[in-house]
Design a binder for this molecule. Structure first.
Ligand SMILES: Cc1cc2nc3c(=O)[nH]c(=O)nc-3n(C[C@H](O)[C@H](O)[C@H](O)COP(=O)(O)OP(=O)(O)OC[C@H]3O[C@@H](n4cnc5c(N)ncnc54)[C@H](O)[C@@H]3O)c2cc1C
Length: 319
């Protein structure tokens, strides 16, 4: 097996940001490789239905990610999934990425698009009942709760939108939220409020998950009264935000205090030739469209950087 290859650009992460970067880079005739830890598609593959991607009225995340992947490959982009990065040397002009199978890749530029993951509650019983009634993905697990009563925790877009999609399966969805108002878009709140299967417990937090083989109840503390009640449920979906997947680059590029990658307007990081895009960067709105937009900008900036390097090398050779 070949263990060392050089690319014009390497993209880390194959979610919408990384796949978009792959499309633009390879279309700009740059030899491009995308390295992805899990299954290609990132958070897209957790999304049951996408209704807000312009130009596509309705599509599953899995379908959309497959289209993006095919498009990138059509332009010559290589994609390696299920890899594990052992080390990265980003400071030098030629960047080196070493995988745990000892494959070593070098590149003139790197685009970091590792995305993020669900935040957990960290209350007693959460780890014990994960996969046994506690879930972070409606698309993956919703069907298990057909005809059952479930609880959804959170008050942002994911919590409200996924609650609506969970009513396809569950007989009753109770949303528990710590504040007296939601952070979700108005239309998402209205849709949830109009759904007769959805009920709300506001200004309340979860204190614990209880059961035997699988979850049977949750402790819900009312923040106004301070009273905790035992609420019977067959399942709990937690949608309380995200954490950027940036642990592996903690000492490689500048991160802010939330672990998000700090970028300039052209998506460049503090390291020359290294760019970042998507949910892992410091920004407010995290959507497929914003990830795709960031991925485009990062790829265009990286292409201009690499073409500049190539022009300099050509000039040195001819003079
Ligand atoms: C349940 C749910 C529903 C959603 N619904 C919508 C919606 O309807 N509309 C919408 O616009 N947005 C939606 N979103 C948000 C949207 O999916 C994200 O904003 C978008 O996927 C972010 O894209 P990304 O490429 O930055 O990161 P991600 O999609 O997170 O992809 C990152 C990729 O990088 C890989 N990776 C991570 N670490 C490493 C590493 N060390 N080495 C190599 N690879 C690595 C991951 O495995 C992953 O494949 C939803 C999200 C969720 C969770």
């Amino acid at each position: 097996m070949e263990t060392k290859r050089h690319y014009d650009a390497i993209v880390i992460g194959a979610g919408p940001a990384g796949l978009t970067a792959g499309i633009y880079l390879s279309r700009a005739k740059l030899k491009t490789l995308i390295l992805n830890e899990g299954i290609t598609g990132g958070q897209l593959i957790l999304t049951h239905e996408i209704a807000n991607y312009p130009g596509v009225e309705n599509i599953s995340g899995y379908q959309l990610s497959n289209i993006m992947m095919k498009q990138a490959k059509t332009f010559g982009c290589e994609i390696r999934s299920s890899i594990d990065i052992l080390d990265m040397e980003l400071q030098k002009k030629v960047k080196t990425i070493t995988l745990s199978d000892q494959t070593e890749y070098t590149a003139d530029s790197v685009i970091l698009t590792p995305g993020g993951r669900s935040r957990t509650l960290n209350v007693p019983g959460e780890d014990q009942f994960r996969g046994r009634g506690v879930s972070y993905c409606a698309t993956c697990d919703g069907d298990f709760f057909t005809g059952k009563e479930i609880v959804v925790i959170g008050g942002g877009n994911s919590a409200l939108e996924e609650s609506v999609s969970l009513t396809m399966y569950a007989s009753k969805v109770t949303i528990v939220h710590q504040f007296d108002h939601f952070q979700a878009f108005e239309h998402a709140v209205e849709e949830a409020q109009a759904n007769p299967k959805i009920h709300f417990i506001m200004e309340s937090v979860i204190t614990g998950f209880y059961g035997n083989e699988s979850i049977e109840s949750v402790g819900i503390k009312n923040l106004r009264s301070g009273r905790t009640t035992n609420f019977k449920t067959h399942g709990v979906f937690v949608f309380i935000g995200y954490l950027p997947n940036t642990e592996f680059i903690r000492d490689k590029v500048e991160l802010n205090n939330r672990g998000e990658i700090v970028v300039k307007h052209d998506m460049s990081t503090n390291i020359e030739g290294v760019y970042a895009a998507g949910d892992s960067i410091a920004k407010h709105f995290r959507q497929i469209t914003t990830a795709v937009g960031d991925g485009t900008i990062a790829a265009l900036a990286a292409s201009s950087y690499v073409h500049g390097l190539k022009a300099k090398q050509k000039h040195l050779i001819t003079t």
